[in-house]
Design a protein around this ligand. Structure first.
Ligand SMILES: [Zn+2]
Length: 249
């Protein structure tokens, strides 16, 4: 690291749990972020500001006026632009040393396999169960840690699934595809703006901890936030021995 990098990251380097070693691990790391909306915005901002070397952002959508209430990466002038292009410009202004790869498609299994294989950590910030299950499958197959977040109304949730640990559950152990959970979308249900920030920042924290190898990750635990009561609840997630996704791994 040169003098400017030592200065830029000095508040991390000062932390005995991190230091120069973790900061160098951040700069060598590759994070894959699925979704550049309410969760993806704070996730990408924190990862880029914190010095993660390569951040790959996938999102097929354009910035809409209704996004601006909570998707803090975007400004009024970005309305109509592809989210990943607007995000890339904004993230470059935060930290030019970071490589940001913008992928403007709704990623399916075919695209996910090489992207996940190439990543050190995957952050699921998307808004639909089909993509969530595809991301989980790719993470289990490639044995890559998955930091999964969701937010709707005043509620948020976050969990880590780490297939490197044979006792860790996967996303499918928690939410089976046959459960027929009704998909709740912000466009219909609404979402309290800071909830996506709280959950997204927590996802970024878990990803940085996983890369630095410090602390205790949320693997096997689901945190549920009720922002109206401002109350967090923690639920242990058991591994499902019959889970069709992770039982072979
Ligand atoms: Zn499973």
């Amino acid at each position: 690291m040169d003098d400017l990098q030592l200065l830029r990251y000095s508040r991390h380097i000062l932390l005995p749990e991190l230091g120069i070693e973790a900061q160098e691990a951040f700069s060598a790391a590759r994070a894959l972020v699925i979704g550049a909306g309410g969760l993806g915005a704070p996730v990408a901002q924190f990862l880029v500001a914190a010095g993660i070397g390569t951040v790959t952002l996938c999102d097929p959508d354009a910035v809409d006026l209704t996004n601006l209430q909570r998707q803090i990466l975007y400004s009024t002038a970005d309305v109509g632009m592809p989210k990943v292009a607007a995000a890339k410009a904004r993230l470059a202004a935060i930290n030019r040393e970071i490589r940001v790869e913008a992928i403007e498609v709704r990623v399916g299994a075919d695209q996910l396999a090489p992207l996940v294989a190439n990543a050190d950590v995957v952050l699921d910030c998307c808004d639909n169960f089909t993509t969530r299950h595809a991301v989980n499958r790719a993470c289990v197959a490639a044995r890559k840690p998955l930091v999964s977040g969701a937010a709707i109304r005043f509620d948020g949730q976050i969990a880590v699934f780490d297939p490197r640990d044979p006792t860790s559950p996967c996303y499918h152990c928690l939410f089976g595809e046959g459960d027929d959970l009704e998909e709740m979308r912000c466009a219909i249900m609404g979402v309290f703006a800071p909830v996506v920030g709280i959950i997204g920042a927590t996802q970024a924290a878990e990803a940085l901890k996983l890369i630095a190898g410090v602390g205790e990750s949320l693997a096997g635990r689901l945190l549920l936030l009720d922002a109206l009561a401002m109350h967090w609840r923690e639920v242990r997630i058991p591994r499902d021995p019959l889970c069709v996704v992770c039982k072979e791994s």
